[in-house]
Design a protein around this ligand. Structure first.
Ligand SMILES: [Fe+2]
Length: 257
């Protein structure tokens, strides 16, 4: 989903493994030990549970075949190594096939706290624990299946739902706002940023508003949508969503004119 990347994909060997450098291993370890205390405190229960299931540790970078063994057994998902640059057609096509696109490179040491494009730490530590949860896994699969039927214009709108849920979603749990978006959870700075209502906006979760909310990928997010429960994710999975997407597209067009 990226237009330009400062990184190039690292090829996997015939067994799906990548020969990471010592610097990559140090970056993983540093990030893991910075991110985990914050994530354990602020992530939703499904994430914390998924971390236990996956058995991820500071010893890394994680290798896709090892993550996939657990993930596939839990929910039938697996990570698919891709270039940093993939288009919407490929992106939704992979999700429809329960394959989660995963860039295999590790961020550089000078980009530890914020990276505007997904690296291996983001894909594994941000997304995989949640993908162990059947409800979130089904939702991600549903987005993929809908996305492959959409025009490019509809895909752009559908990507807003993906962005404000799977990447940057918040959820209320026992009276506290928790994080389930992988874009937040893989960035230690964004974890604190996303919950600081003195600098960001927490909006009630409303699908028609989300469909009309543009986002930028290259800045810490100013807007987050807070679900009251996972019931709201189930409620989106409705055949009427395509007509709501079309209404949002025409509203945004008339607003520009
Ligand atoms: Fe992501």
């Amino acid at each position: 989903m990226m237009k330009n990347s400062a990184y190039t994909a690292i090829p996997v060997d015939e067994k799906g493994y990548v020969a990471y450098s010592k610097e990559d291993a140090e970056t993983w370890q540093h990030l893991f030990n910075w991110q985990q205390p914050l994530a354990q405190e602020h992530a939703c229960a499904s994430y914390v549970e998924g971390m236990k299931t996956l058995g991820l540790s500071e010893d890394g970078p994680a290798q896709l075949p090892e993550v996939n063994r657990v993930l596939f057994a839990e929910t039938g998902w697996r990570l698919e190594p891709v270039d940093a640059l993939i288009n919407f057609k490929r992106f939704f096509g992979l999700l429809a096939d329960k394959r989660f696109p995963a860039a295999t490179f590790m961020r550089r040491p000078d980009q530890l706290d914020y990276l505007p494009e997904p690296d291996l730490f983001h894909e594994v530590m941000g997304h995989c624990p949640i993908l162990c949860n059947p409800e979130f896994a089904t939702f991600t699969h549903w987005i993929g299946k809908l996305g492959v039927q959409c025009s490019h214009e509809q895909q752009v709108a559908l990507a807003r739902i993906y962005w404000f849920t799977i990447e940057f979603g918040l959820i209320r749990e026992a009276g506290t706002t928790k994080i389930f978006g992988g874009g937040i959870l893989s960035s230690p700075k964004e974890i604190s940023h996303s919950l600081d209502v003195s600098v960001v906006n927490h909006h009630p979760f409303d699908i028609d508003t989300i469909l009309r909310t543009r986002y930028r990928i290259d800045i810490p997010q100013p807007n987050y949508f807070v679900m009251e429960s996972t019931e709201q994710l189930l409620a989106i999975q409705d055949k009427k969503l395509l007509s709501r997407i079309d209404n949002a597209i025409s509203d945004l067009k008339s607003a520009v004119i």
